[in-house]
Design a binder for this molecule. Structure first.
Ligand code: CAA
Length: 384
């Protein structure tokens, strides 16, 4: 078993780390406080090849592997979890399904500019009544003419759409035949400037405040059949396969948040004195730091394994869910302990750990809650 990174992977990690430390971290607190989409940082990530890390070069990406993507995600999220999720959605939830299920024409028109970071994508699966139960889609796609050659009319509402207010393109899921249940769901590529598409106001969130999300209202939106992604009725499989990869990205985001909590808490513990010595000398603090470091390592190993399996082309559904549930819960424990180590200073905005605490929470919720990850793991364990 080889845990050594290749020279190329180390270079990606170093490039992302330097960019994150020098350009992202200094802006993270202000972006969070003002709920501002980091447009210039997204532009810089595009220049560095981080918006389509694992997409083939012929389709506008960097032509690297999933492990490289994970390494970059950890570094960006260590500096700013909001910037991390913007990158993750574009890579995992938009470029990945286009690369996997798109036709050459669709890849040429959409994947190439998205992977190059010239356009930004979003992924619209969730609805007011379809979150964990993703198959309960109420957004409808109806054939515009009985012969089926006049395209589709879409009607519905999507919820919590990360990047929604700033996206150019959306991977959209609809119910095209309710009688067929999950086999009646169809995916589309929706240009966000299509008539009938309207974004609600950005959500006022507890954390990842610089990542904009919103409701999307779809009112008699007309889409030609050439914008259908995958088979009619194949949309649920597109969504689930995409989320398998997305969960690896969120595991890496959680890892970055956990590391931020750990590194900030360690630096503080070495500096802050009580009872005549740095608090890092107290065993109570040492145990917290030891647990944080151990869990971060374990989360990283799970995440790297899932990424490696994805690149090997084998099924990685359970391993991605394991990485996501463990890394997200480890990030929440690490952020909670970091606030505790900072004491009163951990509870105010002048120090970064209250942001890590707020940012960590979402990783247990989006792209499948911890409860859903455990269902996915168990159903794979119990398969004959
Ligand atoms: N890959 C490919 N196909 C899959 C699959 C996978 N990982 N998982 C399921 N399927 C297929 C199954 O094989 C099955 O097809 P067959 O009948 O042909 O075998 C079909 O899909 C239905 O599977 P299930 O019966 O398991 O489906 P279900 O309705 O019970 O739901 C679930 C399963 C795991 C609970 C699913 O609904 C789920 O993942 N829910 C969570 C949704 C989620 O993660 N939402 C995140 C929104 S996006 C987001 O959060 C983005 C953001 O903001 C950053």
């Amino acid at each position: 078993m080889d845990l050594e990174l290749t020279e190329e992977q180390r270079l990606v990690q170093e490039t992302a780390r330097t960019f994150a430390r020098e350009e992202v971290l200094p802006r993270a607190a202000e972006l969070d406080r003002t709920h501002t989409h980091p447009k210039e940082l997204v532009q810089r990530m595009a220049e560095l090849g981080l918006m389509g890390v694992a997409v083939a070069e012929e389709w506008g990406g960097s032509g690297l592997d999933t492990l490289s993507y994970v390494l970059a995600m950890e570094e960006i999220s260590r500096a700013c979890a909001s910037t991390g999720v913007i990158m993750s959605v574009n890579n995992s939830l938009v470029c990945d399904p286009l690369a996997k299920f798109g036709s050459d024409e669709q890849k040429s028109e959409f994947l190439r500019p998205l992977a190059a970071g010239k356009l930004l994508g979003c992924f619209a699966l969730s609805e007011p009544d379809a979150g964990s139960d993703a198959a309960a889609q109420k957004t409808t796609a109806t054939r515009a003419s009985p012969e089926g050659d006049g395209g589709w009319v879409i009607q519905g509402i999507k919820n919590w759409i990360t990047n929604g207010p700033v996206a150019d393109v959306c991977i959209l899921f609809t119910m095209s035949d309710r009688t067929k249940g999950v086999k009646g769901i169809t995916a589309f590529i929706l240009p966000m400037n299509t008539p009938g598409v309207r974004c609600g106001p950005p959500d006022r969130k507890m954390g990842i405040r610089a990542s904009q999300s919103c409701q999307i209202f779809l009112d008699e939106v007309r889409l030609p059949d050439r914008l259908r992604l995958g088979e009619v009725g194949g949309g649920f499989q597109v969504a689930m396969a995409t989320l398998d990869g997305g969960r690896i990205g969120i595991a890496a985001q959680a890892l970055g948040i956990a590391r931020a909590a750990f590194e900030d808490a360690t630096a503080y513990a070495l500096d802050r004195k009580t009872f005549g010595q740095p608090i890092a000398k107290h065993q109570a603090i040492q145990w917290k730091l030891a647990d944080m470091a151990t869990e971060i390592d374990a989360a990283r190993l799970l995440t790297w394994r899932a990424a490696t399996l994805k690149d090997q082309g084998v099924r990685f559904t359970a391993e991605a869910a394991m990485a996501k549930v463990f890394a997200s819960e480890a990030a929440n424990r690490a952020a909670k302990e970091a606030v505790q180590i900072f004491g009163g200073n951990g509870y105010v905005e002048d120090f970064p750990v209250e942001r890590h605490y707020r940012d960590a929470k979402i990783t247990e919720i989006y792209e499948g809650t911890s409860e859903i990850q455990r269902l996915v793991i168990a159903s794979n364990l119990l398969k004959e």
